[in-house]
Design a protein around this ligand. Sequence first.
Ligand code: AVJ
Length: 338
Amino acid sequence: MPDFGAYNADGRMTEKMLTQSIVTNPSFEFAADVRTGLTKSKQKELPSKYLYDDVGSALFEVISFLPEYGLTRADERLLRRHAGDIVDLLQTPIAVAELGSGSGKKTRWILEALCRRQHTSYYPIEISPTALAMCERELRDIECTSILGCEREYLDGLLEVAAKRHRGEHFLVLFLGSTIGNFDRMAGLKFLNQVRRILEPGDSMLLGTDLEKSYAQMIAGYDDELGVTAAFNLNLLARINRELDADFDLSQFQHVARFNREVRSIEMHLRSKRKQMVTIPGSELVVEFVEGETIWTESSHKYSLTEVPRLARSAGFRCQAQWVDEQWPFAESLLVAE
Ligand code: AVJ
C-alpha cells in the first residue's frame, strides 16, 4: 500500500488528498505513464526516464565502460582536459547547478578548476536519491565546495536553486552526457528556452552533445556484444513486473537499436517475438502485442557541431566556445545567456 500521508477517520481519503497523492506519488505517476504509453494506438512507447531505477542506473554505469560506447568517456576526457579553459571564460563569483548529476565523476574537473578561484556552491539536481547520494560521496573531498543536493525534476530544481542566487553571483548550468539527445529536436529547443528563462544575462550553460558518426559505430554503441544495453532496455519491463506486479516474459521480447535517418536519432525498442498478452495490475491494464510489434523506449539524437550554436541562438544563448574530443565525436559547448 503506497503511503498517502493522510486519511479520514474512517480510513478513506478525501477527494483533495486523493488528487494530491495521485499528482505527487511517484509510483502512481509511473503506473499512469505506463498506462498512457502502452495504450497508444500506433506505436507503443515508454518514457526513457524510467530506464533509470537502481538496476538501470547501475547498468548504465557498466555501459559507460564498454568499448562500443565511447560517449561518457569522451565527455569526461573533454572536461578533464579543458576544465581550466572553460573556467577561464566564466564570470565569477559563480554557483554551479547540474541537471541530472549521475555519479558526479566528470563534474569533479570543473569544481576543482573553480576552487582555485573561489568558494563554490554546487547544486546537483537529480530525481534519483541513490544517484544524488553517490554524487555527494564522490565529490565531498573537493576543497572550497559546498554540495547542496536537490531531489527534483530538472526545471523545478533549477527554479528552486536559482532563487538562492546571491547578489552579483552568476550561474553555470551543466547539462552533460548528451542527455539533451533524449528530447526530440523541438522539445530540446523548448527545454533550452525554459532553462534560459530561469537564468539571467551573463549566466552560462555547458552543454554536452554526442555528434553524428558512422552508422556502424552508432548502432554498435546501442547494441553491444555483451548484451549490457539489451539488459538495460529489458530492465524497463522487469521494473514494470517488480513495481506494478506485471507478468512480462522477458524472454519473449528482444532489444532492438535502430537509426532513424529523418530525425538523426538512435532509437531503442523492445520487440515482441510473438503474439502475446501481458497483464499489468498496477496500471489496471491488459496489453496485447502482435508478433514483431515494438515498444519505443528511448531516443538518442545525434548532432552536428554547427547545429549547436544555431540551436543555442534560437533559445536566447550565444555559443562562446566548443571543444570536440579527438577519439569519439562529442562536443562540449559553452553557451552564454544573452
Ligand atoms: C545517458 C541518455 C545520454 O542516450 O546515449 C546509453 C543513455 N541508452 N545506452 C544515451 C543510453 C543506451 C544515454 N544517455
